[in-house]
Design a protein around this ligand. Structure first.
Ligand SMILES: C[S@@+](CC[C@H](N)C(=O)[O-])C[C@H]1O[C@@H](n2cnc3c(N)ncnc32)[C@H](O)[C@@H]1O
Length: 224
């Protein structure tokens, strides 16, 4: 355990001695071997931008984080729950993170994380078929949709999940150029994805995160 002073970057997100961190909702419990940091009477978890595209977006200059204390977040492509657990720290006990993941093996690990964190709900489902999990989402509505799915139809997938957002609500999309096209230049793929999203979303910020994840960018969007 390391003791240092946290500097707040966004509500719920801190910089501690050069490392990104969130205040842990479950002190003493590590999700994926992350370093634990102590400040005052609280425990923080180091959030590595090389292992999380959301952390990479923050490290690369995100202007405003739409995920806040109390937010209801639909997280598409939760895998074993590593990044989703940091989102869980940020939204806190009053928020909720619906974690959609298609791979049963990953969901087995995800469930272990969700057992420790009451604000995380595991959903074994295909994010391309939102009608199959719509009934699990309270009131059929969330504040933010976050997508990190390596699918050639990344934009379509996000658009189909926009049904859970009110007008003006936020979405974040980690675009993996190589999933859309293995031959096209990433810049061209990013332009194509943005065009596909235009019908449903307004672009708020586009962040190049390739210094942490090759051929990736993070889009911050607002539902039209
Ligand atoms: C890059 S990983 C996500 C990593 C995770 N967001 C994190 O930072 O901890 C992408 C995940 O999306 C899942 N996935 C792929 N296609 C999916 C789909 N159609 N629906 C739901 N999950 C999907 C994969 O099984 C994989 O676990």
């Amino acid at each position: 355990m390391i003791t240092m002073k946290p500097i707040q970057l966004f509500p719920g997100v801190y910089k501690i001695g050069g490392a990104l961190a969130t205040r842990s909702l479950t002190p003493g419990f590590k999700v994926h071997g992350e370093r634990l940091l102590e400040a005052g009477n609280a425990e923080y978890r180091e959030w590595n931008p090389y292992q999380s595209k959301l952390a990479a977006g923050i490290a690369c200059g995100l202007h405003a984080l739409p995920i806040k204390e109390g937010s209801r977040v639909l997280y598409l492509g939760a895998a074993q729950g590593a990044t989703a657990s940091f989102v869980s720290d940020i939204v806190g006990e009053k928020g909720v993170v619906y974690c959609v993941e298609i791979a049963p093996r990953a969901v087995t690990d995800l469930i272990r994380v969700c057992e420790k964190r009451e604000n995380m709900i595991p959903i074994l489902a295909d994010a391309r078929k939102p009608s199959e999990y719509a009934s699990e989402i309270e009131d059929g509505e969330v504040d933010v949709v976050f997508e990190d799915v390596a699918d050639p139809q990344q934009a379509e997938l996000l658009k189909s999940n926009a049904r859970f957002l009110k007008k003006g609500a936020a979405a974040m999309l980690a675009v993996k150029a190589r999933s859309v096209s293995s031959v096209e230049e990433p810049r061209k793929v990013f332009e194509k994805v943005k065009r596909e999203l235009e019908e449903v979303f307004e672009l708020v910020q586009e962040i190049d995160i390739s210094s942490f994840e090759k051929d990736h960018e993070m889009l911050v969007l607002r539902k039209k």
